[in-house]
Design a protein around this ligand. Structure first.
Ligand SMILES: [Zn+2]
Ligand SMILES: [Zn+2]
Length: 333
């Protein structure tokens, strides 16, 4: 039996949480909020069989430990961002409830027009891998991995939008925090912030270059950290993964520090001419399967940030000018 947890806000509102196994190595936190207009579900797991089973088990756990609730009692569904581990369960949830689905406008088409979006996104990933200096054979393997998760989900319509500064259900405040994902939002429930994947307790949330998806990228992400830092009085942070955070502000500082260290390391690596694939290997060593793509994107996001700010320059301009599919080599000024 899964264990559920209960958190109580400064205004006495209850938030329930339970884990679902989204993928073999990834656990997501699902949140249930007792709202004025009925139950609110925040995120719903990946939609794979285990995740759907865990979702049902989570409702059973909340019922037996705290208060009766089932999927059919849900009145609103809030999706924190357009990553499959957070919204992939929507077609399954739809079988139990007609509750309207809300998401930030920049991630709406990821949910509602998924098939088209996957085609465009994979083109951009392919271009990124090519200019990063990944071999053609390896590119094809990585694209297969990338497209796996994109294939089993079927689009669902979105009924309302989560907009910063606009009222949403039960007085929950929306903060748009682009970076980890274009439509990433954090949700403030009284003094408790649902940080989704913007701020996590242990890992620094994954970054990818905005050359793949607009409104992502490290520059936007760091701006969004600052935005959350300026909200006074957050007493608890609840992430989309990992454990609760008592000190959200301290965690923001630690994450910012980790990125600065990574940027410094890249400046050091780029004393010699390096491709993004070289830099990724130097930073993360040898990694396997999906983690290769994550490492390349992470390195790419940091290189892009430094390049945009004129700290790194392209070192092989002639080649870039004269060939149709160049690998870009970077070097520090
Ligand atoms: Zn995410
Ligand atoms: Zn996630």
């Amino acid at each position: 039996m899964k264990e559920a947890q209960q958190f109580v806000t400064g205004h006495g509102r209850a938030i329930y949480s339970f884990p679902v196994q989204s993928f073999a190595n990834l656990v997501n936190n699902i949140y249930l909020i007792a709202g004025d207009e009925g139950w609110i579900l925040v995120d719903c797991g990946s939609g794979l069989e285990q995740a759907n089973a865990d979702l049902l088990a989570g409702f059973t756990a909340v019922t037996s430990q705290f208060t009766p609730v089932s999927l059919s009692d849900i009145r609103h569904i809030l999706i924190t961002h357009g990553h499959i581990d957070h919204f992939g369960g929507l077609p399954f949830v739809r079988q139990h409830t007609d509750a309207p689905i809300g998401v930030h406008v920049l991630d709406r088409r990821v949910l509602s027009n998924h098939e088209e979006r996957a085609v465009f996104a994979s083109r951009r990933v392919a271009q990124f891998l090519e200019s990063a200096g990944v071999s053609e054979e390896h590119q094809q393997q990585l694209m297969q991995v990338y497209l796996f998760a994109k294939r089993y989900y079927q689009s669902v319509p979105v009924q309302f939008l989560l907009e910063e500064g606009q009222p949403t259900v039960s007085g929950i405040q929306v903060f748009h925090t682009p970076g980890h994902c274009s439509g990433q939002v954090c949700l403030l429930v009284d003094d408790v912030l649902l940080t989704a994947d913007h701020i996590l307790a242990r890992i620094t949330p994954h970054q990818a270059p905005e050359s793949i998806t607009q409104s992502t990228g490290l520059g936007h992400y760091l701006d969004s950290l600052r935005k959350i830092e300026q909200i006074p009085g957050i007493n608890l942070g609840l992430g989309g993964h990992e454990e609760p955070m008592r000190d959200v502000y301290g965690r923001i500082q630690a994450i910012r520090h980790a990125h600065q260290e990574r940027l410094d390391k890249i400046m050091d690596i780029c004393r010699a001419r390096k491709s993004i694939a070289d830099i990724s290997r130097d930073l993360f060593g040898k990694v396997e399967s999906y983690h290769v793509l994550l490492a390349l994107e992470e390195a790419g996001a940091h290189v892009e940030y430094l390049y945009q700010r004129g700290e790194l320059v392209a070192a092989n301009l002639d080649e870039i000018e004269q060939t149709s599919h160049p690998v870009v080599l970077y070097q520090r000024l």
